[in-house]
Write a protein that binds this ligand. Structure first.
Ligand SMILES: Cc1cc2nc3c(=O)[nH]c(=O)nc-3n(C[C@H](O)[C@H](O)[C@H](O)COP(=O)(O)OP(=O)(O)OC[C@H]3O[C@@H](n4cnc5c(N)ncnc54)[C@H](O)[C@@H]3O)c2cc1C
Length: 456
């Protein structure tokens, strides 16, 4: 017989990512007792700050917030985590659709017409996205039509030149982390709508969602939140079974630990939420939804040099390319530290292909790409770090989950709607900045408020 303890609480919260921690804090502030069950041996989930060198942290997970991430700015201020702006001086290096490596000024003057084409598509996307209600995308006037084509097919139908089409694909995969042929056009419009407008999302240079970073690393946010609910947090408690009735839940973890409460808030990505066993079983529509919401494919790779040598060459450390393994990069140096840090993104097919290579082969391929854009000095990093997410048992892919064709219109209503005593949170259920930390906070607060209203 198991000797594992039983926790009694008002609200059981599954997952100690930022959404679960926010839900716990909100429940606690309302005078109710939460217990947070986290599978991993740490909090933070898709936020993971790790030292690349002593005192030099890099973000293997979430890194930036943007100017309209108001909840995150407020949270950082409340938790006493200062922020600083993303470095953005200098030119981006391009290599697109056979252009060869070109600096931004030359690329922009040579391809001004193509960039104007792109701008037109962005304006059209903004217009169409404005018709999508973020809390119910299936109610958009043209939902059926938009959900029956992929974003890729819609892009292909815009008559774009190769440079414009390639750039559009790179910008979009940079957000969705899957090829645009895997995502419904309605989902793309929903994503734009939850973030405001395309200029918030698709900023070619830094901007939009990537203006600001946290002193000490993003990991400071979940760490400090966890301190506030420390007495109510259980690590290494993977939830396997949720038994639920009208006003009670019994949540059982691997190893036998049990938590009992009146409500449960599940904050996992939909696909992981679907791997928990529910008794009684959930309605078929909910399970069919979670069967169809795969986590995307992205990973980050960091090269650390003794100095940011590219800055002296007038470059900002960003590349945009369809040639090598990484489609984009960033200067992610730390203020007050002399090291030069470049972050390369592997997203969509690149993450799948290069993520599965042996570490040294991946590093060599990425090094070659950096050298093409930033010169020979790029071949001599002091240190290299990368972080895979598909292999992580409690994440299984990132940045988020994307709906393929017909998912929103057929199953979307089951995404966030509570089922009896079970409530759903996590960034994928958000209506503002879904897929981002901002969305995780919104969803955690929304689910907690709903539960508080039911219990008080
Ligand atoms: C590489 C990368 C880069 C990113 N960049 C940014 C960025 O720059 N800006 C931004 O805003 N966002 C970014 N994001 C997205 C951001 O990290 C997420 O939107 C946010 O952290 C999600 O929080 P969450 O609480 O909803 O989910 P999660 O962080 O996934 O939390 C879910 C928690 O549940 C736990 N769990 C899983 N299964 C179980 C189980 N069975 N039982 C108990 N616990 C379980 C997990 O361990 C995890 O801790 C990035 C993500 C990644 C991975």
């Amino acid at each position: 017989m198991s000797t594992a303890p039983t926790h009694e609480a008002d609200v059981v919260i599954v997952g100690a990512g930022i959404s679960g921690l926010i839900a716990a804090r909100t429940v606690l502030a309302a005078g109710l007792t939460p217990v947070v069950l986290e599978a991993d041996d740490r909090v933070g989930g898709r936020i993971l700050t790790q030292d690349a060198l002593p005192g030099l942290p890099v973000e293997l997970g979430a890194q930036w917030i943007g100017d309209t991430h108001h909840r995150m700015f407020a949270l950082a201020a409340e938790l006493g985590v200062p922020t600083y702006p993303q470095y953005d001086d200098g030119e981006t290096s391009y290599d697109l659709a056979g252009s060869g490596v070109l600096r931004q000024s030359e690329f922009h003057s040579r391809f001004a017409g193509e960039l104007a084409e792109l701008e037109k598509v962005f304006r059209l996307l903004d217009e169409l996205a404005a018709e999508v209600p973020p809390e119910a995308p299936w109610l958009a006037p043209a939902a059926a039509e938009w959900d029956s084509v992929t974003a890729g097919a819609w892009y292909d139908g815009q008559g774009l030149s190769p440079v414009a089409r390639t750039l559009l694909e790179i910008c979009t995969v940079g957000i969705l982390a899957v090829p645009t042929v895997e995502v419904s056009f309605l989902h793309l419009l929903f994503t734009i709508q939850t973030c405001g407008v395309t200029s918030e999302l698709f900023a070619e240079s830094e901007g939009g969602a990537q203006t600001t970073r946290f002193v000490g690393g993003t990991g400071e946010i979940p760490r400090r939140l966890a301190d506030l609910v420390a007495e109510h947090l259980v690590l290494q408690a993977p939830v396997q079974l949720i038994e639920h009735g009208a006003d009670q839940v019994t949540v059982t973890c691997r190893g036998g630990l049990v938590a009992r409460g009146r409500r449960v808030i599940v904050t996992l990505s939909p696909t992981l939420a679907g791997r928990i066993m529910y008794d009684p079983p959930l309605p078929g529509v909910r399970d069919q939804l979670t069967q169809r919401l795969p986590n995307a494919s992205a990973m980050k790779a960091f090269f650390i040099y003794d100095e940011p040598f590219w800055r002296a060459d007038g470059l900002n450390g960003q590349l945009i390319s369809d040639v090598g393994p990484a489609r984009m990069s960033n200067d992610t140096c730390l203020p007050g530290d002399d090291h030069g840090v470049i972050l390369l993104f592997l997203e969509g097919e690149q993450a799948r292909t290069y993520g599965r290579l042996p570490h040294d082969e991946r590093r060599a391929a990425l090094t070659a790409e950096l050298v093409r854009h930033f010169g020979d000095k790029a071949a001599r990093p002091e240190c290299y770090v990368d972080g895979e997410w598909a292999d992580r048992q409690w994440t299984r892919g990132c940045y988020n989950a994307n709906c393929g064709p017909l998912v929103w219109t057929t199953f979307g209503q089951a995404l966030a709607a509570p089922i009896g005593a079970i409530h759903w949170a996590g960034t994928d259920t958000a209506t503002q900045w879904s897929a981002y930390m901002e969305g995780a906070v919104e969803a955690g607060e929304r689910a907690a408020r709903a539960v508080i209203a039911e219990l008080t």
